[in-house]
Design a protein around this ligand. Structure first.
Ligand SMILES: Nc1ncnc2c1ncn2[C@@H]1O[C@H](COP(=O)(O)OP(=O)(O)OP(=O)(O)O)[C@@H](O)[C@H]1O
Ligand SMILES: [Mg+2]
Length: 256
């Protein structure tokens, strides 16, 4: 097992070629196999930060070190499934790309479909599935390659409130089973951050920097009980107070 941090940011800044500075002075070290949530106002650079970890964006200043050879997978707001491929083919896409033999891919895809409660839909196409089911396929596709690092970028933002609760439970279960590797989860919902992660990083308005880094001590109880704990409500209020002042600051700047 890895003992050193798989993801280390040291004074990282990122300015896009358009001149927009998305990130500034990000110093952050993420523990192996931990679950970290990233919250902050809209446009503060959360997706940019995820894209740097995924290797899709280069930092402009400072250094970002991602463990050598670490496999990475990303789950987006909309499933981004291939509409012309069946559920099984979507799930096994990453395995095929890595050269796994077709029969083995098929087996693995079936196992993942089952794990996600999609066993009856392996031959269905994305348009035949509900939004929640499509997201489950997206998660299965990401996790099927057994990545070392999983990056979730607002994966449940487009889902209805009840489906969202079920999906949060699913992510917690997968994490408990140890299949999420090191997880970074972006969300606008503070309660969701507190449910799926142990550590919450709060970012400022753009250019994004870290303004709070909290690890609330919440017991490992069922989610419904967790939400009702005084420590949960307190952590929610603390994080919201930080974000609120950032959003208000941003609004004042916009009207000026
Ligand atoms: N490829 C790009 N080129 C230029 N500017 C970009 C690019 N991608 C993002 N930006 C800008 O960088 C800033 C940060 O964007 P980013 O998408 O990382 O924010 P975010 O926190 O994910 O926002 P949201 O909460 O709305 O998803 C924004 O001002 C955005 O317009
Ligand atoms: Mg984003």
């Amino acid at each position: 097992m890895q003992s050193t941090s798989p993801i280390v940011f040291e004074r990282v800044g990122l300015t896009y070629p358009t001149g927009v500075t998305a990130l500034t002075d990000i110093t952050l070290s993420i523990a192996p196999r931990s679950a970290v949530a990233l919250v902050g106002p809209s446009g503060c650079g959360k997706t940019t930060l995820m894209r740097t970890i995924a290797g899709l964006e280069q930092v402009s200043t400072g250094t970002l070190t991602v463990a050598a050879g670490a496999t990475r997978a990303m789950v987006f707001q909309s499933g981004l499934l291939f509409p012309w491929m069946s559920v099984a083919d979507n799930i096994s896409y990453g395995l095929m790309a890595r050269g796994m033999p077709a029969l083995q891919c098929r087996d693995r895809a079936r196992q993942w479909a089952e794990r996600m409660g999609l066993q009856r839909f392996v031959d269905a196409y994305p348009h035949q599935l509900s939004g929640g089911m499509q997201q489950r396929v997206g998660i299965a596709r990401a996790l099927a390659i057994e990545p070392d690092i999983v990056l979730f970028d607002e994966p449940f933002a487009a889902l209805d409130a009840q489906t969202r609760l079920l999906m949060q439970e699913l992510v917690c279960d997968l994490q408990r089973q140890g299949v999420c590797g090191t997880m970074v989860f972006v969300t606008h919902a503070i309660d969701e951050a507190l449910i799926v992660a142990d550590r919450i990083i709060v970012m400022s308005a753009r250019p994004g920097r870290i303004i709070a880094d909290v690890t609330p001590q919440l017991p490992d109880v069922p989610i419904a009980q967790k939400r009702a704990l005084p420590a949960f409500t307190q952590a929610f209020a603390d994080i919201w107070a930080q974000i609120r002042s950032e959003v208000e600051l941003q609004m004042h700047e916009e009207v000026r």
